[in-house]
Design a protein around this ligand. Structure first.
Ligand code: SAM
Length: 631
């Protein structure tokens, strides 16, 4: 089975257990010391990098970055997290520990759980890691833990690719990739060169090995290396430090409020993210409350369509889906209902697409699995005619409620009824002028106003932004009108499970229609396509399009149907930085918002980015600028 694995599935580590200690069958080495793994981790990595003192004296609102080669069982990570808590017990100081680790052969979840049972003292932290451990797919996974104080960037892939593709500067390194004689790849000069490239004066490193070749290679890169006594029976180990004459301190996040325009799911997710990092936010919207636009429906599915090939676009979508499933966990039952989602192959075209998708890629079953019509029917609780893909960790949300809940935070101030008209650089500030004469000033502004962002984002003369509104009408089906599924069903249209006496289906996709009111034709289209997708739900004859309720909203799509998150380009005419865009989510805002808010907050706060450079390039803002003369 493992030989059949295609990307993005990762080959899991094959473990041999001896006396409760896991050993790698591939490398023939232990993951941690047989004597006392936790004590060894503390001695080698935590103390020899001087972390207790460095953690303790870190400024409030600042951050510390540790990079590790070989995540393995996560023991080093958990011990470091525990040390962070010991040194910084105040959970309101907004300092963040970024821990970046790479793993070529990740442990299967069950193995991770078993390995971590050995450390009762680390238990609550181990549980949180296990609950957030990503499905084993290639790529960069950001885990937000400990209420946001701990941000683990876990790269499943080879060490060289990871260090090539990530942007960060480490304060300390844990070099822990099995002995160089057993795993020479991890200790190649190229890899050591990358370690230097991601370091700065004052960066330290520690490794259990004392091999001369490793010491010389690190010294050649400029590290002042020292041999010090090893742990337990090991005679020696290595430490290193990039010399500096002065102390380097990490930037702290500013305490000036950032203005976000737009209180839909994009703006709300970003406001929450920044606030939890200690950044005050002013969130302004023209409507009288949050989620008034495309994020205002009563039900929305957490859904993406993954591409047949595992290219950058598919990787971005899969990363966003996994991140959003983790992100919403904390609001389960409040506005998030992870009942699972079936993506049916309802047309010949989709059947062919899913067939090719399954031939070319492998995914772990906790992310998605192919299901027959019989299995799909059992899962859905209603007869289903076609096969499809089952996403057990997906489900549906109440988007309007999500927006409302996300912005409830003491560091978020909301201003509703504020219709921003212009954004100009005046007197060393960005000034946002509203139509009623009010204005807001800030050094940093994020435009998250859906298709209305076009009017606000700074665009040089003669250019425009390639954003367009796409009308979507949803229809509410009363509970006595049909048999509802137990899970979300997506095909040509989607249907949610019933909640509070009805369920939402939709949505239409009207490119050239700007009618803000629901129409009977729109409801009819939704009903007809639902009948075709799920004949067995028996939509009752008394359901008539002209009597149904619904809602219309305008999604914001980019020319390439990919989202956008990042700073607006700095060019001759707009020579001031500090304006960012977060929009273009189309009908997938619930999936895109959590990850891209995390990414944009990383950039605004100058912290390690949760997207690798390939994926960051896909969401950059520059591609949206079009010369109006060329079409
Ligand atoms: N730090 C880990 C812990 O706390 O449990 C133990 C790490 S273990 C000694 C070394 C790890 O490096 C293994 O999990 C192994 O799969 C991983 N590894 C080996 N070669 C690698 C490579 N080329 N790229 C990324 N990871 C690799």
């Amino acid at each position: 089975m493992i030989n059949d694995l295609r990307p993005p599935a990762m080959e899991p580590a094959e473990l041999i257990w001896r006396d409760g200690v896991p050993e790698s069958a591939r490398f023939g080495d232990v993951y941690f010391s047989r004597d006392d793994g936790l004590a060894e981790t503390r001695y080698v990595f935590i103390e020899r990098n001087g972390l207790p003192g460095r953690f303790a004296k870190l400024d409030r609102n600042s951050h510390f970055v540790i990079a590790e080669t070989g995540f393995g069982t996560g023991l080093n990570f958990l011990a470091t997290w525990a040390e962070w808590l010991a040194q910084r017990p105040d959970d309101q100081d907004h300092a963040i520990l970024h821990f970046i680790s790479v793993e070529r052969y990740p442990l299967a979840l069950a193995d991770l759980e078993k390995a971590l049972e050995s450390w009762p003292g680390l238990q609550p932290l181990a549980r949180e890691l296990i609950e957030n451990y990503p499905p084993l797919i290639k790529g960069t996974h950001r885990l937000v833990l400990g209420g946001g104080a701990i941000r683990l960037t876990l790269c499943f892939g080879d060490v060289l690719d990871a260090w090539n593709e990530l942007e960060f500067v480490a304060d300390a390194w844990f070099l822990d990739g099995f002995a160089p004689s057993l795993n020479p790849d991890m200790w190649l000069e190229k890899a050591i060169h990358q370690i230097r490239a991601h370091s700065q004066p004052g960066t330290t490193l520690a490794t259990f090995t004392s091999v001369g070749r490793v010491r010389r290679a690190l010294a050649d890169e400029g590290f002042e290396m020292a041999k010090v006594p090893g742990f337990g029976r090991k005679r020696e180990m290595l430490t290193g430090r990039l010399p500096t004459s002065e102390e380097v301190t990490a930037p702290t996040v500013g305490t000036d409020p950032i203005v976000i325009i737009g209180a839909g799911i994009a703006g709300a997710a970003l406001a929450r993210n920044l606030a939890e990092r200690g950044v005050p936010v002013v969130l302004a919207d023209q409507a009288s409350g949050p989620g008034a636009g495309a994020s205002g429906n009563d039900q929305g599915a957490l859904y993406v369509k993954l591409g047949v090939e595992y290219n950058d676009q598919t990787e971005l979508a899969a990363t966003a889906l996994c991140f959003s499933q983790r992100f919403y966990q904390r609001w389960q039952g409040e506005f998030w209902y992870p009942c699972g989602l079936l993506q049916l192959a309802a047309t010949d075209q989709e059947q062919d697409r899913q067939k090719r998708f399954l031939e070319r890629s492998s995914y772990p079953e906790n992310l998605l699995a192919a299901v027959s019509p019989t299995e799909a029917s059992r899962i859905a609780g209603i007869p289903v005619q076609c096969e499809g893909l089952w996403f057990p960790g997906s489900g549906w949300l109440q988007p309007a409620r999500a927006c409302k809940t996300l912005i409830e935070h003491p560091l978020i101030r909301t201003i509703f009824g504020f219709k921003a008209d212009t954004l100009r650089w005046t007197d060393n500030h960005w000034v946002i002028q509203a139509s009623d004469g009010r204005s807001l000033r800030a050094a940093k502004v994020v435009v998250a106003a859906g298709h209305e962002s076009t009017a606000l984002a700074p665009v040089p003369k003669g250019q425009s932004l390639r954003l367009k509104p796409i009308r979507g009408q949803v229809t509410r089906i009363p509970a006595d009108g049909c048999r509802f599924p137990d899970v979300v069903i997506c095909g040509t249209k989607y249907l949610n499970p019933a909640y509070d006496g009805s369920a939402i289906t939709g949505a239409t996709f009207d490119l050239r229609n700007d009618n803000p009111e629901p129409t009977p034709e729109g409801h009819q289209e939704n009903l007809d396509q639902l009948r075709e997708l799920l004949p067995s739900i028996n939509i009752s004859e008394h359901i008539q399009a002209e009597h149904l309720e619904g809602r219309v909203a305008f999604r914001c799509a980019t020319h390439d149907y990919q989202p956008v998150a990042g700073p607006c380009p700095d060019n001759n005419e707009i020579s001031r930085t500090g304006v960012y865009l977060l929009t273009g989510f189309g009908s997938k805002g619930l999936v895109w918002a959590p990850l891209l808010a995390e990414y944009l907050a990383d950039r605004i706060c100058q912290q390690p980015a949760c997207l690798n450079t390939r994926l960051a390039r896909r969401v950059e803002t520059g591609r949206l600028y079009r010369n109006q003369l060329t079409v």
